[in-house]
Design a binder for this molecule. Sequence first.
Ligand code: ZN
Length: 60
Amino acid sequence: MSKGKTCIICDKEKSMGIHLYTSFICVECEKEINSTQTSDEKYKYFVEKLSRVKNPPLYS
Ligand SMILES: [Zn+2]
């Protein structure tokens, strides 16, 4: 059985979620992001996490 994938936001293994580029976001976090106001402090936290997805670290 599949153990699922590790969510980049909460770092927990989930089987339900969406794929973003090469990363994975679980449904709970996706809902939370969508329900968070952009003026909310928490939104910055999500954006920071997501920015790592869009700009993955280079392997040397
Ligand atoms: Zn999550």
